[in-house]
Every structure is written in C-alpha cells, then in structure tokens.
Design a protein around this ligand. Structure first.
Ligand code: GRF
Length: 191
C-alpha cells in the first residue's frame, strides 16, 4: 500500500499534528507528512515538525485577519504541490481557505473541529456547548468547503459533558478524542 502524502496546516500548538506524526512513526498510519505549514512564525506546530524531521515552513499570511492574501494563497498552493501533497490536513489552522486551494485539492482537504457539527461552528466551540447546557459534545472531521466548518461530515466522536466541567477540562477531553479520531480518519484515505 503506497503512503499518502500529507500537507499539514496549523496555527497553534500542534497536538493533532503530533498525534498524526506519532501514528506514522509507529507504523500505524500509512502516510508520509511531506510538509507542515503555519501562518504563525513561532507556532508550536512548526517545532513539532522539526522534532519529527518533517519539512516545514512559515507562510506569511498577508494583511487579512481570517484568510490569506491572494498572493499568499497562491504561494500556499505552490508549496503544497511542490511537496507532492495529496491530502491537506488542517490541524488548528485559523484561516479560511478560498478557491485557489479548494480547486487545487477538491475533496482532499480535511479539518477537525471541536464540536458535533453542525452544532457550534466557529470559535471556542466547547464554550458554546457549555453555554448551551449540552450534556454531550465531541469532535468532527469534515471536508473543507468555502464556509466555516460547514463541509460534509466524515466522522464524529462524542465526548460527555460532566457536571463540574470547566471550559479547560472539557476542551482537554475533546482534544484527547481528536487525537484518536483524526489519525483514524486519515487512515481511511490511505486505504
Ligand atoms: C483543535 O482543538 C481543533 O479542533 C481546532 O483547533 C485545535 C487545534 O489544536 N480546529 P492543536 O493545535 O492541534 O493542539
């Protein structure tokens, strides 16, 4: 079975990226991380890429707050193509991708979101779930489309909300579920 080439994009600490790279290293995930790209110069995810010996790059996002500048987005597509990326994996990437990337990788861009979509899209979804007095939330892996956390759902994992949960404790438990779910879903693409 040929390893599928991953391009991992993130803006933060990179715990999902670490989980994916660990599963690859342990031989449980038939994939090859070809590049890790961040829009944040000192993001932890770039340190993790270096720790695992994965090519990595900071891509300056331009002047927009929630998306890349058109030039930066073209550069992103070029970097992913040059690295022979087959599947783009968003792991805490805080920018909305537009048509250059979506058209270059149709049905080949995944995201993980910390709620049971379509409930609670957007920022700090675990806080939204707590505020809505839910008793269960979770995480979702979905295809990326032009909207915010609105693409077709691929897989979900439930996480119970406990009576004494704080935003921090709930987020931590959701992230544990994410780190199991995301590599498992990527493995399906390898098959
Ligand atoms: C995750 O909770 C994911 O659901 C959201 O961003 C967070 C990234 O965390 N999209 P990490 O950088 O992988 O630790």
């Amino acid at each position: 079975m040929a390893a599928i080439g991953l391009g991992i994009l993130g803006s933060g600490k990179g715990s999902n990226c670490r989980a994916i790279l660990e599963q690859i290293r342990n031989g449980n995930l038939c994939a090859e991380a070809r590049i890790v790209i961040s829009d944040v110069f000192d993001a932890g995810i770039l340190d993790i890429a270096r720790e695992f010996g994965v090519p990595n790059a900071y891509l300056a996002p331009g002047n927009f707050r929630t998306r890349l500048s058109p030039e930066a987005e073209l550069a992103l597509v070029r970097m992913l193509r040059d690295a022979a990326v087959e599947l783009v994996v968003l792991a805490g990437y805080m920018r909305i991708l537009k048509s250059p990337t979506l058209e270059a990788f149709p049905h080949k861009i995944l995201n993980i979101h910390p709620s049971l979509l379509p409930k609670f899209p957007g920022l700090e979804a675990w806080k939204q779930a707590l505020a809505a007095h839910e008793t269960v939330t979770g995480c979702t892996v979905h295809y990326v489309d032009p909207g915010v956390d609105s693409g077709e759902i691929i897989a979900q994992r439930e996480v119970p909300i406990l009576p004494d949960d704080t935003p921090e404790s709930l987020h931590e438990r959701i992230q544990i579920a994410e780190r199991e779910l995301y590599p498992a879903v990527i493995a399906q693409f390898c098959d």
